[in-house]
Ligand binder design. Structure first.
Ligand code: ADP
Ligand code: ZN
Ligand code: MG
Length: 480
């Protein structure tokens, strides 16, 4: 049997930290990066007798996420205790939701190939609290616990095992990230761990009805590692099966450096969490009106922005899709176009040169260092003829390195386009003198000679000559 005879099956459990100001069961702040144990109180430190009170905004945000992913919202639900011991979990249980999650039976649509939409089922979304954090090896090899993160609200979005390739898993996760960003319930900063995924992978022979045994890689927080881990793990499982072995259901650790998965010693699946309703919290009852009100106040989602971009700005379906995939990019587009009123140019710059640089630098759109105003001004300088688009590209590179007003950049660098007729004429004459062969070629009907001459003039002026004027003057001279 070959690799092609197998099918990969993937299901993701995505954890997103909600961007509420305060924690889920106390009023401690949730700001990232504070000094260890400065954002704590008796509740989130689990002092005896301290009682939790549910933060209503957490429920509201989770409902928003549920509605935006086509879930049914439960009018009745509750919080449960999930019992386990770990040093970053001071209560020795996590407050989560077990058999009655807030949201169920949803889906999102992904498109790996343009026009090929696929629904990925969402089993459930529930609310829970985050654990603290262990800082290893800081002092003489020991570990210190920081409880700032303990009690930060999370939603866990559990997908059906509906994905069939690492590409589909990536598209799904990008979709979830984009939706959460659009509805403003999480900042989704993967590098800060506010969006992370448990990745479940199994393989089965094509055509089989039953799923194979899955393995799980927990807490993955970069697209690149997730893609690599899925591909590695699928191949490893196929190899094991091909050799007549069996896959054990277990939690694996992905190692980014070696590019391999490793078995973790404690097998979490053997654990019994002994869930039971948290007696310290009251049940959650939601009225229809309350849910409807949230529904009516949902911000514009990527799908409707996409349609609007095609109608309002005449962008292609593909470009509209690409722009709206990230809320950050989409906002940048809208803001820049409202300044320079050239939607097509803004879209082109964002999707070609800006995207290329992002790829080269391996960063996401939200790390773009310049503002919409910078981009808009650069485009306006091109539209006015102050700089050529070739210089525009150089300005863009500069905006990534040292973002500031493009006008200042071109002044400092001396990149202002030469549009002075006398100066251009001088260059044209010089180039013509140096290239008699091209003149002969042109006269013999070889139109390409004109392009060559313009190219030479651009080279001589370091891209600063106005290309339209060059073209016109060369033609005038050549046709004399
Ligand atoms: P747990 O919480 O113990 O990890 P769940 O039943 O909630 O277990 O499932 C977790 C995830 O595993 C879900 O996203 C689901 O889609 C995925 N999953 C379940 N079975 C498989 C399988 N055979 N292959 C790949 N993913 C799977
Ligand atoms: Zn607290
Ligand atoms: Mg799991």
């Amino acid at each position: 049997m070959a690799k092609e005879d197998y099918e990969v099956v993937i299901g993701l459990e995505v954890h997103a930290e909600l961007s509420t100001k305060t924690k889920i069961f106390c009023s401690c702040p949730t700001t990232f990066g504070a000094e260890p144990n400065t954002q704590v109180c008796p509740v989130c430190m689990a002092m005896p007798g301290a009682l939790p009170v549910l933060n209503e905004t957490v429920v509201e945000y989770a409902i928003k996420a549920g509605l935006a992913t086509n879930c049914e919202i439960a009018g009745n639900c509750k919080n449960d205790r999930k019992n386990y011991f770990y040093p970053d979990l001071p209560k020795s249980y996590q407050i989560s939701q077990f058999d009655k999650p807030l949201c169920e039976h949803g889906y999102v649509e992904i498109a790996v190939e343009e026009e090929q939409k696929k629904k990925i089922g969402i089993t459930r979304i529930h609310i829970e609290e985050d654990a603290g954090k262990l800082n290893h090896n800081e002092f003489g090899g020991g570990s210190l616990v920081d409880l700032n993160r303990a009690g930060v609200p999370l939603i866990e979005i559990v997908s059906e095992p509906d994905m069939r390739s690492s590409k589909e898993a990536e598209a799904y996760l990008r979709k979830i990230k984009s939706i959460l960003e659009y509805i403003e319930v999480s900042d989704c900063k993967m590098e800060e761990g506010s969006l992370r995924a448990d990745v479940n992978v199994s393989v089965r022979r094509k055509g089989m009805q039953e799923y194979g045994t899955r393995t799980e890689m927990k807490n993955m927080n970069s697209f690149r590692s997730i893609i690599r881990a899925i591909e590695y793990e699928a191949e490893r499982q196929i190899e094991v099966l091909e050799k007549g072995g069996t896959i054990e259901q277990e939690t694996l650790r992905w190692d980014d450096v070696s590019g391999k998965t490793f078995s973790m010693r404690d097998k979490e699946d053997a654990q019994d969490y002994r869930y039971f309703p948290d007696p310290d919290l009251v049940a959650i009852r939601l009225s229809k009106e309350y849910i409807e009100k949230i529904q009516n106040n949902l911000p514009e989602l990527p799908e409707s922005r996409r349609v609007r971009y095609m109608q309002e700005f005449g962008l292609s379906k593909k470009d509209s899709n690409l722009l709206t995939a990230s809320k950050y990019l989409s906002n940048l587009f809208e803001e820049a176009q409202s300044i320079c009123h050239n939607a097509k140019a803004v879209a082109n710059w964002l999707l070609s040169d800006v995207s290329r640089i992002l790829n080269e630098k391996e960063i996401e759109a939200d790390k773009i260092p310049f503002t919409a105003e910078h981009l808009a001004k650069m485009i306006m300088l091109i539209d006015k003829g102050t700089i050529s688009s070739a210089i525009g590209k150089k300005v863009l590179e500069e905006l990534f390195e040292n973002p500031k007003d493009p006008e200042e950049i071109i002044k400092e660098k001396g990149w202002i386009q030469i549009s002075d007729e006398g100066a251009i004429k001088e260059v044209v004459n010089r180039i013509l003198e140096a290239n008699p062969q091209s003149i002969a070629d042109f006269k013999a009907g070889k139109d390409r000679a004109l392009g060559f001459l313009v190219g030479q003039a651009m080279k001589e002026t370091k891209g600063k000559a106005n290309p339209q004027m060059l073209n016109k003057m060369f033609l005038e001279e050549l046709n004399k």
